[in-house]
Design a binder for this molecule. Structure first.
Ligand code: HH2
Length: 291
């Protein structure tokens, strides 16, 4: 089966999310060490309550993560990741939006899909043995992300000849493995993986070339929220002081073709998107402007 043109909806489990407006994926890291919110939601009850808050603020998807992938981080054992994610998923799966689980482990993928998750978000693009099977055997949506190297070494010396075309080819190849197994393109989202084995310059090139990723045949996700490059531009060392810069990056990503924004600050991103769209739409629709 071959993909033909960009899907109009992201189909994930029992959900079908229209892609006519940008979607917001709100992040909940159930970890002690995430760069952006490490330790804040390690307690299950706090993680569940934060997920509910993100949905109230307008998140279209909630993304649960039990393993940090910040540069230099060490892998987490399956048992520990399961212990972090499953109790939170049990409660969050009852909310009215699809739940995504950010994991690279096929065993956990199967387990969370059986426990109510609708999306797998894999920063290794389903490269672990059995990961493609886990998706093909389900009706879940999937986000395939590109990473050069591994979190512990990825920022040491990333090298590309042509970062946009190399990443696009890699992601299309990974998506083809799914298409060949009968997974429709509307269940697949591609993500170039900002900051995952990329210099600041690579990230800029990827943002500018975003719409070329996947040759226009898949929805695109961008994760720039609170990332260290934003701090290097603004001088804000604390990740939680990067809301304004994250919003600027999110809007730039939408302008360059992102359909889904993975963000920590849902309410602010939602407001910014609504205003930006209102102004953009009125500029194209109305012709005359009164003051
Ligand atoms: N970024 C992070 C984690 N998962 N998934 C996708 N698809 N795209 C991303 O850009 C992405 C991701 C890193 O952010 P965060 O989860 O806040 O931090 P940590 O990995 O330290 O938990």
């Amino acid at each position: 089966m071959a993909a033909t043109s960009k899907p109009e909806a992201f189909v994930c489990g029992r959900f079908s999310l229209s892609l006519r407006r940008p979607l917001i994926m709100g992040v909940v890291n159930i970890t002690p060490d995430s760069f952006s919110d490490g330790g804040d939601f390690l307690d299950s009850a706090r993680a569940v309550s934060h997920a509910k808050q993100l949905v109230d603020e307008g998140a279209d998807i909630v993304d649960l993560g039990g393993e940090s992938s910040r540069p230099g981080s060490a892998p987490v054992l399956l048992e520990e990741e399961r212990r972090r994610v499953l109790p939170v998923l049990e409660k969050v799966a009852q909310l009215e939006v699809p739940v995504s689980v950010d994991t690279t482990k096929p065993e956990l993928m199967r387990e969370v899909l059986a426990s109510g998750a609708s999306i797998i978000n894999d920063i290794t693009a389903l490269r672990s043995a059995g990961a493609v099977d886990a998706i093909a055997d389900s009706d879940a949506g999937v986000c395939l992300m590109h990473m050069q190297g591994e979190p512990r070494n990825m920022q040491l010396a990333p090298v590309y000849q042509d970062v946009v075309s190399e990443i696009s080819e890699f992601l299309c190849e990974r998506a083809r493995c799914l298409l060949d197994r009968g997974v429709g393109a509307s269940r697949i989202v591609l993500d170039p993986g900002f900051g995952f084995g990329k210099t600041d310059q690579h990230n800029v090139q990827l943002l500018h070339g975003l719409s070329a990723i996947g040759a226009g045949e898949y929805a695109l996700l961008a994760g720039l929220s609170r990332k260290s490059q934003l701090g290097r531009i603004t001088g804000r060392k604390d990740a939680k002081d990067r809301i304004g810069s994250s919003i600027a990056a999110a809007l730039a990503a939408v302008r360059h073709g992102a359909s889904i924004l993975r963000v920590h600050d849902v309410a602010d991103t939602k407001d910014a998107l609504m205003v930006w769209q209102a102004f953009e739409m009125s500029a194209t629709n109305s012709g005359a402007v009164s003051s």
